[in-house]
Design a protein around this ligand. Structure first.
Ligand SMILES: [Fe+2]
Ligand SMILES: [Fe+2]
Length: 301
C-alpha cells in the first residue's frame, strides 16, 4: 500500500445503488400549449431570466447529448457487466429521445421568437467542429477515454440539475403543461441513467486523475456554453424587469436547490476519492416524480 492508494479507484466500495434501471419512454409533445406571454402574471413564461435560461440550455441539449452517445457507444462492445450493457442501450435510447424532443421545441417554439440558428451553428462548430477534433488528435486520452470521462462528468451535472429542477418552484410555475412534462421527464431520466457513462468510464479506465481532470474541462465547457446560450437569448429580449432578474439570479446562486449553487456542489463532490454518482441520494425525489412522469408520458405517447 503506498501513500496514494486512497486514489486507487479499481475497487470502489460496494453498495452503490441505482434508482431503477433506465427505462425508455417515447413521449410526443407538440408544445402547442406554450406561449411566451402568459395571462397569468406568476407564470414562469413571463420571467425573462428563466426563459432565456431554459432556451439557452435547450439549445445545448440535442447535439450535446449526441456527443454523449458517441462517447459511450465507442466502448459498448467492451463492457463485461451484463446489466451495464443493457443500461448502455437504454442510456443511448433515452438521450436520443431527449435530443429529438428538445430539437422540436427549439425549432418550432423557441425558433419562432428568437434567432436560434446562429447560436446552434456557432456552438456546435466550436465544440464538435473544433474541440472534439482537437481532442482526438492532440490531447492525452483524446479520441476515447477523455470523451467518455467528460461524458461521465457532464452526466453528473445533468443528474444534479435534474434533481434541482424537480424541486424548483419556478419550473413548477410554468403554465404550459407540456413544458413542465418535458422538464420532469428529462430530469428523472437524467437521474435514472446517471451511473451509466460513469460505470463505462470505470470499466475502461478507473483512474482518479482522468476522472477529475475531465471534470475540470467539463465544468468550464458546460459553464461557458450555458452562459453563452443564455446571453445569446437574453440580449434579444426587450422588456427586462431587472428586479426580477436579480431575484432569480439570487435564488439560483444562493438557495440550496438553486441551479448555480448545485453546479458548484456537483463539482466539488466529484473530487472525493472513489466518488460514485449514486452517492447522491435522490431516490425519494425520483420515486415521487417517476410515477407522475409515466402517467403524463402515457397521455402523449
Ligand atoms: Fe438527456
Ligand atoms: Fe444524460
Amino acid at each position: 500500500m503506498n501513500f496514494l492508494s486512497f486514489l486507487d479507484e479499481q475497487n470502489p466500495p460496494a453498495g452503490h445503488k441505482t434508482v431503477t434501471p433506465p427505462k425508455v419512454r417515447s413521449p410526443q409533445w407538440n408544445f402547442n400549449d406554450f406561449s411566451f406571454e402568459s395571462p397569468n402574471p406568476d407564470a414562469t413564461e413571463n420571467n425573462v431570466f428563466r426563459r432565456a435560461y431554459l432556451v439557452g440550455l435547450s439549445l445545448l441539449f440535442p447535439e450535446g447529448e449526441r456527443f454523449f452517445i458517441r462517447a459511450v457507444k465507442r466502448y459498448a462492445d467492451q463492457i463485461s457487466d451484463p446489466q451495464l450493457k443493457k443500461d448502455v442501450k437504454s442510456f443511448i435510447a433515452q438521450e436520443a429521445q431527449h435530443g429529438r424532443q428538445h430539437e422540436l421545441l427549439n425549432e418550432k417554439i423557441f425558433g419562432s421568437r428568437y434567432d436560434v440558428d446562429s447560436f446552434l451553428k456557432n456552438w456546435t462548430g466550436f465544440a464538435f467542429g473544433f474541440l472534439e477534433k482537437f481532442s482526438e488528435k492532440y490531447l492525452p486520452y483524446g479520441g476515447g477515454k477523455l470523451e467518455v470521462a467528460v461524458t461521465a462528468a457532464a452526466e453528473h451535472f445533468t443528474a444534479t440539475w435534474g434533481a434541482a429542477a424537480l424541486k424548483s418552484e419556478s419550473f413548477a410555475k410554468f403554465d404550459s403543461q407540456s413544458i413542465k412534462d418535458l422538464i420532469y421527464w428529462h430530469a428523472i431520466e437524467e437521474i435514472e441513467h446517471k451511473h451509466v457513462a460513469f460505470d463505462v468510464m470505470r470499466e475502461v479506465d478507473a483512474n482518479y486523475f482522468l476522472r477529475t481532470g475531465a471534470m475540470v474541462i467539463t465544468a468550464f465547457l458546460i459553464g461557458g456554453l450555458s452562459v453563452w446560450g443564455f446571453a445569446h437569448i437574453f440580449r434579444q429580449e426587450k422588456n427586462i424587469d431587472w428586479g426580477q432578474v436579480i431575484r432569480a439570479l439570487g435564488y439560483e446562486s444562493f438557495d440550496k436547490d438553486g441551479m448555480f449553487r448545485q453546479f458548484a456542489v456537483a463539482f466539488v463532490t466529484y473530487f472525493k476519492p472513489n466518488f460514485h454518482p449514486s452517492d447522491m441520494d435522490d431516490k425519494a425525489l425520483f420515486d415521487e416524480f417517476a410515477s407522475l412522469v409515466d402517467e403524463r408520458v402515457q397521455k402523449v405517447a
